[in-house]
Ligand binder design. Structure first.
Ligand code: SF4
Length: 353
C-alpha cells in the first residue's frame, strides 16, 4: 500500500502557488502539526485496516517537507510498523535546495529515505526572483551536499513557461545539472498552467510553440541519456521511476495523512480538511465513491498520460479516427498520443473517452 504525507509549510509562498499551506515556519505550529500527524498515522495502523498490506511507499510532499528536521521525520516514520515495509519500499522527500544541509542530508539518509525530489524549476536568477524561490547557486550546492552524503536517487523538477526564461535555457540548465551530477536519476518537466500566472508577473518570454519546442528538445536530450519517459512529464533511468507516482496512475490504493491530504481506498476518494482547525478536529471532506464510469474516465486519462491506454476503455469509432489523423498511435498493443500532438492531450481525452 502507498502512503502520502502532506507537510503544508513553506518558508515563503511562491507567487504562482495556490496550495493549502502556511507560508511561514513557526516552530510551535510545526510541532503541533507533527504531533497530530503522528496521531493520525497511529490511528490508521491501530485500526487494523489493510493489516496484511506491505508498505510500498511513503512520500513526503508539500509544501516543503525539508522544513522538517531529521528528528521530526524520524518521529513520523516511527508510526509506520517497521515489519510492514516492503524490501523495495520507496521513501521519498520533496526538498527545497536551500534546506539541504550536510546534517539534514546525512540525517534523512540514515532514516532510510531513498529518494529526494528537489524543486529546481529553473536556474534563471530573474525568474527565480519573480516566482519567489531560491537563488540558482543553492541548487548546485544542494546537489553536491546530497551526493557527498550518499544520496544516489535524486529527482529534479523543472517548470516550462516561467517569466524571463528564454528558448534553449531549460535544456541548457538540465544538461548542465545532469552532466555535473550523475545522481540525478529522474527529471520531471511540467508546463505551468496559464491560470496560475499571477497578474503582476512579467510576460513569459516563450509562447506556446516555443515551450513545446523546448519540451521536445529536453525530451530528446533525456532519452539520449538513457532516461525512459513513463509519463508525459516524467523521465527516469531504468528502475528509478517514482513508485509512488505510478501508484496514482495505476489507480492503486493510497492513504494520505495531513492537511488536505487525499486518499483512495476501496474505490472511495476522500480528503482531510484544508483548514488547520478543522483538520485537527478530524474533518473529512469530499467523500465520494467513484462510479464505474468515473473509474473508466480516470483510467483512460492516466492511460493516455502514461502512453498505455487500454483500447477497451475508449470509444472504438474515435480510436479509428484519431489513429488515422496521427493524433494517436499504437505502442505495445496500447494506445498513446503521438509525440507531435502530445500537447493536444486534453482534446484527445475528450474525443476518446
Ligand atoms: S514550494 Fe511548492 S508548495 Fe511551497 S509555496 Fe512554492 S509552489 Fe507552493
Amino acid at each position: 500500500m502507498f502512503f502520502y504525507i502532506h507537510i503544508p509549510f513553506c518558508r515563503q509562498r511562491c507567487t504562482y502557488c495556490k496550495f493549502a499551506l502556511s507560508p511561514m515556519v513557526k516552530e510551535a505550529q510545526v510541532n503541533r502539526y507533527v504531533a497530530h500527524l503522528r496521531k493520525e498515522i497511529r490511528g490508521f495502523f491501530e485500526s487494523g485496516d489493510r493489516e496484511g498490506d506491505r508498505i510500498e511507499s511513503v512520500y513526503f510532499g508539500g509544501g516543503t517537507p525539508s522544513v522538517l528536521s531529521p528528528g521530526q521525520i524520524a518521529d513520523i516514520l516511527s508510526e509506520f510498523p517497521a515489519d510492514r515495509f516492503s524490501p523495495s519500499a520507496e521513501i521519498c522527500l520533496e526538498a527545497n535546495p536551500e534546506d539541504v544541509t550536510e546534517s539534514w542530508s546525512t540525517g534523512v539518509l540514515r532514516l532510510g529515505v531513498n529518494r529526494i525530489s528537489l524543486g529546481v524549476q529553473t536556474l534563471n536568477p530573474d525568474s527565480l526572483a519573480a516566482i519567489g524561490r531560491s537563488r540558482p547557486e543553492s541548487v548546485g550546492i544542494a546537489l553536491e551536499t546530497l551526493a557527498d552524503a550518499g544520496h544516489r536517487n535524486v529527482n529534479v523538477d523543472f517548470i516550462l513557461g516561467l517569466p524571463h526564461v528564454r528558448p534553449g535555457e531549460t535544456l541548457r540548465d538540465i544538461r548542465h545539472l545532469h552532466e555535473k551530477f550523475p545522481d540525478i536519476r529522474h527529471t520531471s518537466v511540467y508546463f505551468l498552467e496559464k491560470w496560475r500566472y499571477p497578474k503582476d508577473w512579467p510576460a513569459t518570454s516563450m509562447d506556446d510553440e516555443a515551450q513545446r519546442e523546448e519540451y521536445r528538445t529536453v525530451r530528446e536530450y533525456l532519452l539520449g541519456r538513457g532516461f525512459h519517459q513513463y509519463e508525459i512529464s516524467n523521465f527516469g533511468l531504468p528502475g528509478c521511476e517514482s513508485r509512488h507516482n505510478r501508484a496514482y496512475w495505476d489507480h492503486s490504493e493510497v492513504r494520505g495523512f495531513g492537511l488536505a491530504a487525499a486518499s483512495f481506498l476501496r474505490g472511495e476518494r476522500f480528503e482531510n480538511s484544508p483548514l488547520f482547525s478543522r483538520y485537527y478536529e478530524g474533518e473529512i471532506t469530499g467523500r465520494e465513491t467513484l462510479s464505474p464510469e468515473q473509474l473508466r474516465l480516470e483510467q483512460g486519462m492516466f492511460g493516455l498520460r502514461t502512453f498505455s491506454l487500454d483500447e477497451g476503455l475508449a470509444r472504438p469509432e474515435k480510436v479509428r479516427q484519431l489513429l488515422s489523423e496521427w493524433l494517436l498511435e499504437t505502442r505495445n498493443s496500447k494506445l498513446s498520443p503521438t509525440l507531435t500532438w502530445i500537447f493536444l492531450i486534453d482534446h484527445i481525452m475528450c474525443e476518446l473517452l
